[in-house]
Design a protein around this ligand. Structure first.
Ligand code: NAD
Length: 432
């Protein structure tokens, strides 16, 4: 993962004719904090956990990035994610650099008390290298608003003053932002709509191969367009719900236990209620306000990716579209809501086939964008309504999309390359 992130940056920077030293500055993290944390477990014994906070680049502003708790986290992964945060924040046009934190731990094996002690120990250890104008952590895999609340509390105790803008993804009661929960799915929808509007208009040369399909594909309203969503967690669910409300037809969704195909379009909210009862979306064939076996059929996660839909939205795991299934992908647009769902090889293959791939650094940047809005609110001590937050998110996302689209059209390069070029231009122009 680290190698491919660095290779992508190097390749883009070389194409932009940046010199070797500048490329090194883009690749190497500015700081890499590595530490061992010791907490007392419920049985009275001490246990040691390894963790990192890696601060990649701060040319554009304070570092920004989540903290993950995962048994298989390694330093290289944390560094790669920190690097991609620098790119993502620059793509979205946010005044941030990139960072990431991680602890090797399976939080499901900890009691609530142990989880709180570990979260507080982590916050105490990084307290001297974070701050609202230094580095702003947020939740990531297996961390959540409650964990941010413990970390912020510990940080503020150490510092002796309130600083809500030092962490984002907090509970609303202590300065979290309205709209943060839905932000990544909502941002994904804004990007998709902006793309479809472009495709509906003049189709640029880069998209020549798609001219036929794109013209057939794009109709207004978007209700004729079918979407399959892999993953029905925070990102997948809200994307499905909001797209459904916008008139798209969601024909398939899945989670780790399996999926459903509902040819005439499913109802995400009712599917979520059914999932809550059953523990999975598998078996939930819900249309309108009713779930009934006659509406659909079961589908595996592999089949979902290969459905003949207009738009495929991987919103669960990385590397799910790879050399094993790339030739079976039939969607004409892939919106990368998960981080890194398409391998390098599959990406090259699908790009040659003129599949439009909206890269993760743009497609899922709605999350960090509302984190930014939470930070702004925390710094100002002035809080916006959900509508105000959503309106600001739309403006930022559409602006980011427009810049990347323009670059893609002007240079006849895929959106991913355009996104990396825009990000690298922004970062290097701020490097003094
Ligand atoms: P989540 O834990 O809320 O949901 C993950 C979903 O994926 C669940 O429905 C789970 O059942 C499903 N899943 C797990 N294994 C699967 C498998 N083998 N096949 C199919 N589905 C499987 O996580 P999330 O917050 O929705 O994040 C999803 C992706 O989006 C991740 O790649 C994450 O890094 C990325 N992302 C999330 C945010 C955010 O704000 N939450 C922001 C940017 C990127």
């Amino acid at each position: 993962m680290l190698e491919s992130a660095q290779a992508l940056i190097t390749k883009t920077a070389e194409k932009m004719k940046l010199d070797e030293e500048m490329i090194k500055r883009l690749i190497e993290p500015e700081f890499a904090h590595e530490f061992a944390l010791t907490i007392t477990m419920d049985n009275g014994k001490k246990k040691v956990f390894k963790g990192w906070r890696i601060q990649h680049n701060s040319a554009l502003g304070p570092y920004k990035g989540g903290i993950r708790f995962h048994p298989e986290t390694v330093r290289e992964e944390v560094q790669a994610l920190a690097t991609l945060m620098s790119i993502k924040c620059a793509v979205a046009g946010l005044p941030y650099g990139g960072s990431k934190g991680g602890i090797i731990v399976d939080p499901k094996k900890l009691s609530v008390g142990e989880l709180e002690r570990l979260s507080r120990a982590f916050a105490a250890r990084i307290a001297h290298v974070i701050g609202e104008n230094i580095d702003v952590p947020a939740p990531d895999v297996n961390t959540n608003p409650q964990i941010m609340a413990w970390m912020l509390d510990e940080y503020q105790k150490i510092k002796g003053y309130k600083s809500p803008a030092t962490f984002t993804g907090k509970p609303i009661a202590i300065g979290g932002s309205l709209g943060r929960t839905e932000a990544t799915g909502r941002g994904g929808l804004f990007v998709l709509e902006a793309l479809l509007i472009k495709l509906k208009g003049s189709i640029p040369k880069f998209f020549d191969g798609k001219q036929k399909t794109a013209k057939n594909l794009i109709s207004s309203p978007f209700s004729n367009l079918t979407i399959a969503v892999q993953g029905f967690g925070n990102v997948g669910y809200y994307f499905a719900k909001l797209s459904h409300e916008s008139g798209f037809k969601i024909v398939a969704v899945s989670d780790s236990k399996g999926g459903v195909y509902v040819k005439d379009g499913l109802s995400p909210e009712i599917t979520l209620n059914c999932k809550k009862e059953k523990g999975t979306v598998a078996g939930c064939y819900c249309r309108g306000s009713v779930c009934d076996l006659k509406y659909g059929r079961p589908i595996s996660n592999e089949e979902l990716l290969e459905l003949p839909v207009d738009i495929l939205v991987p919103a669960a795991l990385e590397n799910v579209i790879n050399d094993q299934n790339m030739k079976k992908i039939k969607a004409k647009i892939i919106l990368e809501l998960a981080n890194g769902p398409i391998t390098e090889e599959a990406y090259k293959y699908l790009s040659k086939k003129d599949v439009v791939i909206v890269p993760d650094v743009l497609a899922n940047s709605g999350g960090v964008t509302v984190s930014y809005l939470e930070w702004v609110q925390g710094k100002a001590g002035y809080y916006w309504s959900e509508k105000e937050v959503n309106d600001k998110l739309k403006i930022i996302i559409e602006r980011a999309f427009e810049t990347i689209w323009k670059k893609s059209v002007e240079k006849k390069i895929p959106l991913k390359q355009a996104a990396f070029e825009v990000a690298i231009e922004r970062i290097t122009s701020a490097m003094v």
